[in-house]
Every structure is written in C-alpha cells, then in structure tokens.
Design a protein around this ligand. Structure first.
Ligand code: NDP
Length: 277
C-alpha cells in the first residue's frame, strides 16, 4: 500500500510553476495577478484566502486582496467584479465561497469574466470541460487527476466510482476521469446498493461530506482510494470521508487527510493563474 503524499506533489507543482514564472520574468512577459475577494470574516475562509495569497507570493505572481465587510450588498460586490473584469493588470478573479446569505452565489460566479475564472466555476468553464475544450478546470478535481498521474496510477480503462455529484467536486471529477478514459460511475444520496457499486471500483473518489463513512466494506482489495472530504473532529484533528485506519490495508494507493487532496487545490489554482497568459 502506498500513501499518496499530496503535500509533496503539490510542492512539486508549485516549484514547476515558480520556475515557469521566473522564465516569464526573464523573457519580459506579462506576469499574472490574482484578485482575491472575501466578503465577511469567516475564520476558515480567512485561512484559505491567506494560503492563496502566500502561494501567489511563492510562485512569484501578483495578488491583490479585497476584504469586504459582511454587510456588503450584492450590487457592490458585482460592481467590484465588473471593475476587476475590466482591469488589464488583473488576470484572475476569485471570490472566496461561501458568500453571506444575502448574496446569490450563482449570480456572482456568472459575473466573473470567463477569461479570468481561475476557480473554473463559470458555466462557460464547466461547458468547456464537458465538451473537451481547453479551459479553466475546477481546482480540487484537477488536483485529484494530478495525484493519480504523478503516483503512476493508470486511469484509462479502469472502473472509476465517484461518490458525490456537487458542481465543485463530484461532477467535474467524473468528467475529468472520463476524459482520461476511465469507465465512470457517479453515486449520490439516491444510489441503491452503494457498497456493491463502490466495491467495483479500481479507483474510488469519495466526496460525500460525511466523516469516515467509507469503511473497508466499500472497498475492493487493491483499489486506489482518493478522499476529498475534510472534517474537523471534536478532538480538533482533521479526518476525511474515508475511515483511513480501516481502509488503508486493503488499498494499493490511498490519500491521507490532511496531506492528500487538500494541498492540491491551491497548487491547481496557481496552475490556472498561469493559464491563458
Ligand atoms: P456536497 O455536500 O455539496 O455534496 C455531497 C455529495 O455526496 C452529494 O452529491 C450527495 O448526494 C452525496 N451524498 C451525501 N450523502 C450520501 C450518502 N449517504 N450516500 C451517497 N451519497 C451521498 O459536498 P462537496 O462536494 O462540496 O464536498 C464533499 C467533501 O469534500 C466535503 O467533506 C468537503 O468539505 C470536501 N471538500 C474538500 C476540498 C479540498 O480542497 N480538499 C474542496 C471541496 C470540498 P445528493 O446530490 O443526492 O445530495
């Protein structure tokens, strides 16, 4: 059994991107600049935003942060997005989700110019993914593909089961595995015989949002298990959607939580920031 080291792989990717930016600087090319917008001061969001700014600094691209008060109106947020859409210095725009309840997430996502949609959530980006065109890929699922490829896990022809069909993880994950020629099954809360379906998987990707729900009863001997879930337990430690202790010995490959999929999301965001430049 091999534990897939997401920290190491994400560092490799960030170092590759850093080298790319150094080349761009040496050639006098335009250097990307990411605008990060946070509305309100949810502590988890503040940590994510801080990490994104640090990653920009590490790879050598610009970042501008916009910390708006909780009571910011939707119109004010839309006006800021419009201004950033029209600002040539800004090459990527990210609105940290979730936004406060009085702001409609979909309206915000659709307002970001598809050319600057580094989160890959705009319907244009999602559509491009579905029809196999080049575009911004949703960062977490794109990170999973990198984990698999860089660990030498073959996807083509394999039975891939994804648990979860959210717009940010499950759906794009399934399409990316299909793009890599996997045979893909998508499971959700209405799936019958979940255990049996999961037991067919050579590659099982779990994005279910339920701490430690996936035990060895769901896993075929020798499968590769990717755990997208992240939860903080009562003792303060993090865990995933997979019961790691129970499942690990039955796998060929498995991602830990923390240190698996989590660090890949920011690495792939940085990758998106260097796209189309
Ligand atoms: P959602 O809650 O949006 O989606 C969960 C999905 O799981 C839904 O499609 C739901 O089905 C399905 N589901 C829920 N319960 C069951 C069940 N008992 N049996 C089968 N399917 C079930 O979550 P997200 O996709 O946003 O996130 C999933 C997990 O990944 C979370 O733990 C989240 O914290 C984590 N995450 C981690 C990231 C990272 O960077 N590592 C990034 C994003 C998310 P239905 O559609 O029918 O309701």
């Amino acid at each position: 059994m091999q534990i897939i080291d997401g920290k190491k792989i994400s560092q490799e990717i960030k170092d590759e991107l850093k080298a790319k930016v150094e080349m761009m600087k040496a050639n006098g090319d335009k250097i990307p600049c990411l605008a990060v917008i946070q509305v309100g001061n949810d502590p988890a969001s503040s940590v994510y935003v801080g990490n994104k700014k640090k990653a920009c600094e590490y790879i050598g691209i610009g970042s501008k942060s916009y910390e708006l008060p909780e009571e910011t109106s939707q119109d004010e947020l839309l006006s800021l997005i419009d201004a950033l859409n029209n600002d040539d210095e800004i090459t990527g725009i990210l609105v940290q989700l979730p936004v406060p309840k009085h702001i409609d997430e979909d309206t915000i996502i659709r307002r970001i110019s598809p050319n600057k949609d580094v989160d890959g959530f705009h319907p244009m980006s999602v559509g491009a993914l579905l029809i196999g065109e080049d575009g911004f890929l949703s960062c977490t699922p794109a990170g999973v593909i990198q984990l698999l490829k860089r660990s030498g896990v073959e996807i083509a022809g394999k039975e891939c089961v994804v648990i979860g069909r959210s717009n940010i993880v499950g759906k794009p994950m399934s399409v990316l595995l299909l793009r890599e020629n996997g045979t893909v099954t998508i499971c959700h809360s209405r799936t019958k015989n979940l255990k049996e379906v999961c037991k067919r998987a050579d590659i099982l990707v779990v994005a279910i949002g339920k701490p430690k729900m996936i035990t060895s009863e769901y896993v075929k001997e020798g499968a590769c298990v990717i755990d997208v879930g992240i939860h903080r337990m009562e003792n303060g430690k993090l865990c995933g959607d997979v019961d790691f202790e129970d499942v690990a010995e039955h796998c060929s490959f498995i991602t830990p939580v923390p240190g698996g999929v989590g660090p890949m999301t920011i690495a792939m965001l940085m990758n998106n920031c260097l796209k189309n430049i």
